[in-house]
Design a protein around this ligand. Structure first.
Ligand SMILES: C[S@@+](CC[C@H](N)C(=O)[O-])C[C@H]1O[C@@H](n2cnc3c(N)ncnc32)[C@H](O)[C@@H]1O
Length: 512
């Protein structure tokens, strides 16, 4: 097997759920671009370089009528993925040890193809093979996702990569040892660099902070692998064009023109010949280091003006919380909303505030746009009823704008999950298994959820046999035995209620 396979066999890359790669994310963005993207409830989905399968497994568990295939060159990772899929009894998912450059034609075609963390980490011939695979395996209206490292951001990050590679070059040892030595070296450089106010010291410091917060497998494979080939977005777009593939956008939210002054946006638009040109200028402006790009066949019918007409067919869910509860809002003041990734907006627009509050109140459910119209109308009263047609048009435009700002999610489909708490709750099976060994679990909505110790304890016991009283007894005895810390307030039955509410809120409980 290749040295790539050896590297990943030696330090498997623990794959995790990535909402950005979910077929729903690809379908929404494809449809907004005017593509007739296939329904995700009955699709064929391929992940190239799927690692240990942690992204595909929860997807397959929530979309039982769709077919999922994962390929990876590393046999150790594929074995781990297969074992987990087998333990969960997933019949709509298969994992194969295959080199993407020679993928078995019998695997067929796919409506959605994803390769996260692959393109930049393979030699040019394999990059070419990857795009050829999208070209030959994507169905006519299918959507592809590829993530990759970009310049100019990676010029900064490349400084530490070069230093780390140099430091470990002569050191014999396993990946874990090399990663530890390389991490220590970056921290040393950041703290020992003279002239702390110089730009170079700032770069070292921010890199050391970033590397310090990342997992070993990320640091090893991003900083210490032989291949890590960042590109300019312009070069990537040209490469996809040579394979008759077309750029349809980035996975949102994507900091593009949002937040830039109007005159800057105007200047950028004037100096840009097309969308790729404009995006490249913005990458230089924002020092972009990573992209998650969506592609389709060059010949596929798309329409940049389609988005507004597509909105009424979608579902809406919150991605931001109001800074103040409804009861504390000053009707004359601007209202702040804070997105899950920390981005925020401040707005006085009553349609925007009503829409974001209604979506937040509905979480974790997603609501059809027609239902959201009703919820917003109820909140606005006469401000809606005096001209409902105009209000509806503004609402649809704002749904798009706030989706692009990262304040909302748009969906084509929502799996079932418990909205109220059952007497004998059943946890999402992939999460229950993950909780047995760790504190990061996949949710039904396909996010990665960190668990507190008490949540983890309860989650592992939610197989449908334990009622609330049995869970409270188990918690009480774990606390009495010293294996679990008590909460500062309340008693075991109250802890169970609180924990189950949190698990339901993060979509970790199955609907009955
Ligand atoms: C950085 S990891 C990303 C894993 C996973 N997609 C994720 O994001 O968690 C890159 C993966 O690509 C796989 N890979 C590299 N070259 C490959 C090839 N030629 N064919 C198939 N898989 C390959 C590696 O084994 C590894 O699992």
């Amino acid at each position: 097997m290749s040295s790539v396979a050896d590297a990943y066999d030696a330090m498997p890359y623990t794959a995790r759920p990535r909402r950005s790669t979910h077929p729903d994310t690809l379908a929404v963005n494809g449809r907004l671009a005017g593509l007739n993207a296939p329904p995700i409830t009955k699709c064929r989905f391929l992940e190239v370089g799927c690692g240990t399968g942690g992204n595909l497994i929860p997807m397959a568990a929530t979309l039982p009528d769709s077919q999922f295939v994962g390929i990876d060159i590393s046999p150790v990772q594929i074995e781990l993925a297969r074992a987990e899929a087998k333990a969960l009894g997933l019949a709509n998912l298969r994992f194969e040890t295959q080199d993407l450059a020679a993928m078995d034609p019998a695997l067929g075609q796919f409506d959605y193809i994803v390769a996260h963390g692959v393109y930049s980490w393979v030699p040019p011939a394999v990059q070419d093979a990857l795009l050829a695979l999208y070209r030959s395996r994507l169905t006519p209206a299918g959507v592809g996702y590829i993530s990759y490292n970009t310049y100019p951001g990676w010029h900064f990050r490349g400084i530490t990569r070069q230093a780390m590679l140099d430091r470990v070059a002569g050191i014999p040892g396993d990946p874990a040892t090399k990663t530890r030595v390389a991490r220590e070296y970056v921290r040393f450089l950041a703290t020992a660099a003279p002239e702390p106010d110089m730009p170079y010291s700032h770069v070292l410091q921010s890199e050391a902070d970033l590397i310090g917060s990342e997992s070993d497998h990320y640091v090893f494979h991003d900083y210490l692998e032989d291949d890590n080939r960042p590109v300019l977005f312009r070069e990537f777009a040209a490469h996809t064009g040579r394979h008759q593939l077309k750029y349809i956008g980035e996975v949102l939210p994507f900091p593009f023109l949002g937040g830039l002054a109007e005159e800057i946006v105007k200047l950028l638009q004037e100096m840009s010949s097309d969308l790729v040109d404009l995006e490249q200028h913005v990458d230089f402006l924002r020092n972009r280091s990573f992209r998650r790009t969506l592609l389709c066949h060059a010949a596929a019918a798309t329409d940049p003006k389609a988005a507004l007409g597509v909105v009424p067919s979608l579902l809406v869910s919150a991605n931001a919380r109001p800074a103040l509860p409804d009861s504390e809002v000053d009707p004359d003041a601007a209202q702040d909303f804070i997105a899950n990734d920390g981005m925020s907006i401040s707005t006085r627009n009553p349609i925007v505030t009503a829409m974001l509050r209604a979506a937040f109140a509905a979480w974790p459910a997603a609501v059809p746009v027609s239902r959201l119209e009703q919820l917003v109308a109820d909140r606005l009263g006469s401000a809606w009823t005096k001209d409902p047609g105009r209000a509806r048009r503004i609402l649809h435009q704002q749904l798009l704008d706030q989706y692009r700002n990262g304040m909302l999610m748009l969906n084509t489909h929502m799996p079932d999950f418990a909205l109220s708490i059952p007497e004998r709750p059943v946890a999402f099976a992939p999460a229950r298994r993950a909780a047995a060994t760790g504190t990061m679990v996949p949710t039904i909505r396909h996010f990665q959820q960190p668990l507190e110790p008490m949540d983890q304890f309860v989650l592992t016991r939610l197989d449908g046999t334990n009622d609330h009283a049995a869970l409270a007894t188990a918690l009480a005895s774990a606390v009495a035995g010293g294996t679990l810390e008590a909460r500062p307030e309340g008693d075991p039955p109250a802890w169970v209620d609180l924990t189950l509410q949190r698990l339901a809120y993060t979509t970790l409980l199955e609907a009955k």
